[in-house]
Design a binder for this molecule. Structure first.
Ligand code: GLN
Length: 335
């Protein structure tokens, strides 16, 4: 009896040291939800007119562990448009189709430290570095990545990309037509970026196809749970931990997470990494994902944004949860 007790206790201690308990995770989510629920900072973006109309009270948190357990707090049903978070999955798809080198050679994997739709960043890299030293998570790099997707016609390219995003989310995703139309009518700057990348021969053909598909990929509707499953897929070596389906090649995950770490939050990437240690990606729809490799993917949806275009509640809630759960891969106990 005594030996059995000692054995059980040893098992409990071992599990406690290595794994987070369900209760720890749920209480971290609940605490962050409560702490920022009434926070009244930031505002919905309005440069895409349809996004100004989205309910700014939507606030949901979801976390998907690498073993496929799902935790939530708040509103995880309301959908927003995925916006720039989609760039991660376009990048992943191009790497799966053409190899990791294709992205590095054509676009680059370096931070620009500039805003997400910076044209100066392209000029700077071109004139001063003489080559593609940007990355696929800012608009010029993302539109170029979209232009690299495999497919014989627009429909085929689109089906492949939406299929990849859906497999990561674990359900068939759809496009918010109102957001797509609204951004299509106002995306002249992204069209200019498409042509600029074509002029510099980063985009090889049909720059307006690439810009149009890019705009559509940004209009895909997601809730916090979808985004957490997408992040969880990246945390779990490219295999969706809930459905068990392999979506992204395992060998490409470290490169994807590296680019998220250096450029996922544009000019605020360094500050975020400094405080959390986690690769992350934001979108102007109000979503944000972060990845604790081998542990979990987490997402928050809350539309009001700060000046850099990042959701205010999302960044605070994820930082609190990540730090509370000691998720930074850089935080290790000395032996
Ligand atoms: N669709 C948006 C754009 O291109 C995405 C920007 C973002 O989410 N940061 O402007």
């Amino acid at each position: 009896m005594k030996r059995l007790f000692v054995l059980l206790w040893t098992l409990v201690l071992a599990a406690g040291a290595a794994e987070l308990t369900d209760a720890q995770i749920q209480s971290a989510l609940n605490a962050a939800y409560a702490k920022y629920k009434d926070l009244n900072e930031g505002k919905n973006t309005d440069y895409i007119p349809a996004l100004a109309k989205v309910d700014s009270k939507i606030y949901g948190i979801a976390l998907v562990t690498s073993s496929g357990n799902v935790f939530t707090a708040g509103d995880v049903r309301s959908q927003v448009s995925i916006q720039s978070i989609s760039k991660v999955f376009t990048m992943a798809k191009v790497m799966d189709e053409q190899g990791a080198e294709a992205i590095e050679k054509r676009i680059g994997v370096d931070p620009t430290g500039m805003r997400f739709n910076s044209i100066v960043a392209v000029e700077w890299a071109q004139k001063l570095m003489g080559g593609p030293e940007i990355n696929p998570l800012m608009n010029p790099g993302a539109i170029t990545a979209t232009s690299m997707l495999a497919g014989d016609n627009r429909q085929e390219i689109w089906n492949g990309l939406l299929g990849c995003c859906s497999a990561c989310a674990g359900r068939p995703l759809t496009v918010d037509k109102e957001v797509f139309d609204s951004e299509s009518a106002t995306n002249q700057r992204n069209q200019a970026i498409g042509y600029l990348m074509y002029a510099y021969e980063f985009i090889k053909k049909e720059p307006m196809w690439a810009t149009d598909i890019y705009t559509e990929q940004c209009s895909v509707s997601v809730n916090a749970k979808d985004l957490a499953a997408m992040a969880g897929t990246l945390a779990n070596g490219g295999k969706n931990p809930v459905t068990g389906k392999r979506v992204v090649k395992q060998e490409n995950i470290p490169g994807i997470l590296a680019v998220m770490a250096i450029a996922g939050l544009y000019d605020d990437s360094g500050k975020w990494l400094y405080h959390t240690g986690l690769p992350a990606k934001s979108g102007v729809g109000g979503g944000r994902i972060a990845v604790a490799p081998g542990k979990f993917g987490i997402a928050v949806v809350s539309p009001p944004l700060d000046a850099a275009g990042n959701s205010v509640r999302a960044q605070r809630a994820i930082a609190d949860i990540a730090n509370g759960l000691r998720a930074s891969p850089y935080q290790v106990a000395p032996r």
